[in-house]
Design a protein around this ligand. Structure first.
Ligand code: ADP
Ligand code: ZN
Length: 598
């Protein structure tokens, strides 16, 4: 097993659970595997496929996912094919022939095709195992329900004795039970790995105005050089404006949303996968069909509506295990809008509850990873050290007077104003509406002139979180003071507010290169020039072979190469992630390049 792992996947050791899962499959037993994105699920069925006689049949919901897997396997010298409607008839006929002749180790197939071929092609093949990828698609409870998946129950009936391995990154319990029941798995072993993604840094930025947000985003992107990233926005129009803003700065960026033609969307996706496009500004519609391993950062331009969506979206970064950064921008405006949506939705209670959990994450003064993991019913035993709260814990000050000013203004307007009007009153702005309503005559008019509007946003958010006022969503989002609020207003309670940190770049620490996995005595600093040169070489090779650059070699491998700088083919071959096939195919080109830098 270890030898096959090194030869075909380039690794010396298994990750937790992989070996047990593979042994279970080899013993022809059923398995259900729950691992986070990037956890290493594929090897769990690909390695048994190589070790066993015959062909492994892999059910996958999307052609783009099949394509990615097949390209990746082939780039390691493994006979893999995808049978789908994208191929020409001749291609599909050849694939069928090869399957019947036992020349294919892994056959990727859509659920529809599997059902259609159950009595035909699949009957004529020697099948080693069935792998059901993205198995949560079988469940109505999941977020990507695919009716065709529900027919997968036929597998055991028609193909007795052939093991099934179902894999998914969706953790919840109902879905898990549904998968087992619907696939009719026989006494399956269930493997659940930790959902933690320690290589993803977590940062939240609160209460930025549009302009500051743009500035912060540009700085953040600049700190990432030419690395790929995704910006998730709440609306289609926002994806367009943000993309335009970035293009004006000379960045290769496009918008992606459901309102664009399929052709445009495919092109954006394809350009992004092949590193021709650096950034995509997208609605949640983007990402399901991509396995691109070198996405290095994710920005949430707006607050997502639930932790599930958030975690799935940030999960698209760092699949190769290299450290990657995620930033969430959080504003009162987003919260108000999302609350309105949730209130108007069919499942009001559930959606409001989900939004509240998301809000808790964004507002937390505790390690953010702990909050995420606890949401997925995991308990972390210590703070992560890789979130903004851990890196610089919030400082506080006595904010009683500030809070009193705001609450007093709320009361004096008879609780008939929303946040932006309140801030105008506090700041003493003579807007038409303020004059019309006579708010310029209030005692609190201009009482908060010394605090910038942006800071008022932030303080109001904190006050909301501390429970001093509520927002009446059914009453024009007017602010209503709570009982706790009145205690502060009348001087019966003190308030500690969090100091707002300004102009702090989003990333506080320069990323450290991966050095832990290296033996002693090697150069311990990465060469940035070499890394860049290797990226360019990788791009050339990828274009030659018409595969995405990350399939030629992953970012992780490039980092290790620029750290260890091997100058012989044999040394090159020892790098984690270099397979026999890649050593032969690309070794010489990289070694020659490295020699110029040693
Ligand atoms: P998933 O399908 O769970 O999202 P993948 O199977 O694509 O994840 O694996 C994610 C990354 O981890 C890939 O780059 C893969 O090559 C790498 N990987 C998998 N197993 C190992 C291992 N045992 N050692 C090192 N890297 C591994
Ligand atoms: Zn933390």
């Amino acid at each position: 097993m270890i030898q096959t792992l090194k030869t075909y996947f380039g690794y010396d050791t298994f990750r937790p659970l992989q070996e047990e899962i593979i042994r279970n499959v080899m013993q022809k037993k059923d398995s259900l595997v729950l691992m986070p994105t990037g956890g290493g699920k594929s090897i769990c069925y690909q390695l048994p496929a190589l070790l066993n006689e015959g062909t492994a049949v892999v059910v996958s919901p999307l052609i783009s996912l099949m394509k990615d897997q097949v390209e990746s396997l082939r780039s390691n010298g493994i006979a893999a094919e995808a049978l789908n409607s994208n191929n020409s008839e001749t291609e599909n006929a050849n694939i069928r022939r090869a399957c019947i002749d036992g020349k294919i180790k892994l056959l990727y197939i859509s659920p529809e095709k599997l059902v259609a071929e159950a009595e035909f092609l699949l009957r004529d093949m020697h099948i080693s195992l069935f792998a059901i990828d993205e198995a949560h698609c079988i469940s109505q409870w999941g977020h990507d329900f695919r009716p065709e998946y529900t027919q997968m129950g036929l597998i055991h009936e028609r193909f007795a004795g052939i093991p099934i391995i179902a894999l998914t990154a969706t953790a919840d319990k109902i879905t898990r039970e549904d998968i087992i029941r619907q696939l009719r798995l026989i006494e399956p072993q269930v493997y659940v790995s930790s959902f933690d993604r320690p290589n993803l840094s977590l940062t939240v930025k609160r209460g930025y105005q549009q302009k500051e947000k743009s500035k912060a985003i540009l700085e953040f992107i600049a700190s990432h050089g030419r690395e790929s990233g995704i910006i998730y926005c709440m609306s289609r129009s926002k994806t367009e404006t943000v993309a335009q803003m970035l293009r004006k700065q000379g960045l290769r960026c496009e918008a992606y949303h459901a309102g664009l033609s399929a052709q445009t969307r495919n092109k954006v996706q394809d350009d992004f996968i092949n590193d021709r496009l650096q950034i995509v500004c997208a609605t949640i519609a983007f990402g399901m069909g991509i396995d691109k391993s070198n996405v290095r950062w994710i920005i949430h331009y707006n607050l997502p509506k639930s932790i599930e969506s958030f975690y799935q979206e940030i999960g698209r970064a760092g699949r190769d295990g290299v450290s990657s950064d995620t930033v969430l921008f959080y504003s009162l405006g987003d919260l108000i809008l999302l609350t309105k949506f949730a209130t108007e939705s069919k499942q009001q209670n559930i959606n409001l509850e989900k939004l509240q959990r998301m809000q808790q994450y964004a507002e937390s003064d505790l390690c953010r990873r702990r909050i995420l993991l606890s949401y997925f019913s995991e308990t972390a035993t210590k703070d992560c050290g890789n979130c903004d709260v851990c890196k610089s814990p919030p400082k506080r000050f006595d904010g009683t007077v500030i809070v009193q000013k705001a609450l007093s203004a709320i009361v004096r307007t008879e609780q008939q104003v929303g946040t932006s009007m309140l801030i105008d009153i506090l700041r003493g702005s003579f807007t038409a509406e303020i004059k019309e309503k006579g708010y310029d005559q209030l005692k609190t008019f201009g009482a908060g002139r010394d605090v910038p509007a942006r800071d008022w946003q932030d303080y109001l958010l904190q006050m909301l979180q501390l429970g001093y006022f509520e927002i009446a969503y059914n009453e024009g989002n007017h602010l209503k003071i709570t009982e706790n609020g009145t205690h502060v207003l009348f001087g019966r309670a003190q308030v500690q507010l969090v100091v707002i940190r300004k102009d702090e770049p989003i990333i506080t620490k320069k990323r450290t290169p991966i050095s832990k996995e290296l033996p002693l005595g090697l150069p311990s600093v990465e060469s940035a020039d070499l890394f860049q040169a290797m990226r360019e070489l990788r791009m050339q090779l990828a274009e030659q072979d018409q595969i995405p650059p990350y399939i030629v070699l992953s970012d992780k491998v490039l980092h290790q190469l620029s750290l260890t700088r091997p100058t012989t083919l044999d040394e090159f071959g020892t790098i984690n992630g270099i397979t026999e096939h890649k050593k032969k195919k690309y070794g010489k080109a990289f070694v020659n390049l490295i020699k110029q830098y040693v």
